[in-house]
Unconditional design. Structure first.
Lengths: 371, 91
């Protein structure tokens, strides 16, 4: 791999964060030929990295975590040739919170109407907001002050706010998800938040259907239908057709309803993809078969996608942010594993091929078309 | 004033210096003063609460403050304070 990636308008840029640095993959618009660069930030854990092409910028945002010196958000406006290195922390818990940033889990640009706003979900579970494109962030106090917060508990990955979903149709509406805390929604730009977990199980609590406390692994908004959301839970697959007010089980015909990521089709509201894992005790692909499952009917049925994926002795783990779509038609799909493989499909999962096989453990994958 | 020895990785946040002098009667006060004088160093040594990061070690005259009195370890004008990355923090 090279240090720098030559990226042209129309290319697909896949940003991959690992436990030992970040890697970039650029594909031509047909997604047949790929180039790559990395490692960026060698040795640092990168749990969030993505491209932001709003407002005429071509910016990479990365949440990097140095083993000794802590976590920070870094930006690149030349596609990885150089990165900002904020001398002082640019995402810090303010005095009085008695909290310290452990990890940046998610960097989420707001809608096109707010091209300078970037949301950050972090550990310990909190939401931060940037209004300067990701150069600096401030705590969203409305969520930090939520009365439920003292009872949120860390999952295996820590107490993380890992999903931030702005409503593209309403800038004041947004969903976030916390492990373990569940789904919360705001309708006033973040000042107040309501738990939205009705129907989602919490198998590890005496009350299996609490108001909050669920270990939600990932939520994905359906393309083309604003109030539909898909959710992969710590045990359980769910769909909501009313913006999270109610959730219904959709684990129909899957080998396991345990898993981490959830990817929704960019425009077909009935299509989504998951990667089932054996169980919470054995977080590997069932039976040693690497299989992505796809629904075309909003979760009523699921079918395995196997062409090009290893069918034997493949004990893979795909984490909550390790699977993404590029938003094109047909949708390109990309997933990375804890054992360092990066697989890609340019036909909605019908066929797969490896883009890389020997990366460090992959913790996040995002994909975007470069304007 | 006590002398603080910085690791090479942090010297770029202290105008290239590997040794700096800051005031403070305890390790905690020395590190706080260090952060005031060189915010980029402070950011990397102390977390948002001002607590020493988990994989950073501090020694006073050769002894780890973990075996002394932590941030309350007294520091005199002639003392040497060393900041070193722990073996446990590598990636």
């Amino acid at each position: 791999m090279s240090e720098h990636l030559d990226v042209r308008s129309g290319d697909v840029l896949v940003t991959v964060g690992t436990m030992k640095g970040a890697f970039l993959f650029a594909g031509d618009p047909g997604r047949g030929t790929w180039r790559s660069s990395g490692p960026h930030f060698p040795g640092e854990q990168v749990y969030a990295i993505r491209f932001d092409g709003r407002g005429g910028r071509r910016r990479l945002l990365a949440g990097t975590e140095h083993g000794h010196w802590g976590a920070v958000v870094r930006c690149s406006d030349d596609l990885g040739r150089s990165w900002s290195e904020p001398a002082e922390g640019n995402l810090r818990f303010p005095e009085g919170t008695d909290a310290a940033l452990a990890r940046v889990w998610q960097l989420q640009p707001a809608g096109e109407d707010r091209p300078d706003t970037v949301w950050a979900g972090v550990e310990p579970a909190a939401l931060f907001r940037s209004d300067d494109g990701g150069d600096s962030f401030d705590l969203v106090e409305g969520l930090w002050d939520h009365p439920h917060r003292p009872r949120w508990e860390p999952g295996g990955g820590g107490l993380c706010l890992h999903t931030v979903l702005p409503d593209p149709a309403d800038p004041d509406r947004m969903w976030i998800a916390i492990s373990t805390g569940g789904v919360y929604r705001t309708e006033d730009g973040g000042r107040s938040w309501q738990a939205r977990n009705d129907g989602i199980r919490a198998v590890f609590l005496p009350d299996r259907h609490p108001e909050f406390g669920q270990c939600v692994h990932k939520v994905a908004p359906a393309g083309g239908r604003p109030d539909r959301l898909y959710l992969q839970n710590h045990w359980g697959l769910y769909r909501s057709d009313d913006g999270g007010d109610h959730w219904q089980d959709m684990a129909n015909g899957v080998p396991s309803d345990f898993g981490f990521p959830m990817v929704a089709h960019p425009s077909d509201p009935d299509t989504a993809w998951i990667v089932p894992l054996d169980s919470d005790q054995f977080r590997c692909t069932p039976d040693g078969q690497a299989r992505v499952y796809r629904t075309r009917d909003a979760g009523d049925t699921w079918a395995p996608l196997t062409e090009g994926l290893p069918e034997r002795d493949a004990w893979l783990t795909v984490l909550r942010d390790g699977f993404a779509s590029d938003g094109l038609e047909p949708a390109g799909l990309y997933f990375g594993t804890r054992t360092g493989q990066l697989f890609a499909s340019s036909d909605e999962g019908e066929h797969w091929r490896p883009l890389a096989e020997w990366l460090p453990p992959v913790v996040c994958v995002k994909a975007a078309v470069v304007p | 004033m006590p002398t603080v020895h910085l690791p090479a990785a942090l010297s770029g946040h202290a105008a290239g210096q590997r040794r700096v002098e800051v005031t403070g009667a305890t390790v905690g006060k020395v590190l706080a003063a260090l952060g005031q004088a060189h915010p980029g160093v402070g950011q990397r040594v102390l977390d948002d609460r001002g607590v020493l990061r988990r994989h950073v070690n501090v020694f006073v005259n050769g002894e780890s403050i973990r075996y002394l009195h932590g941030a309350e370890t007294p520091v005199g004008d002639a003392d040497e304070v060393w900041i070193l990355p722990a073996v446990s923090g590598g990636g």
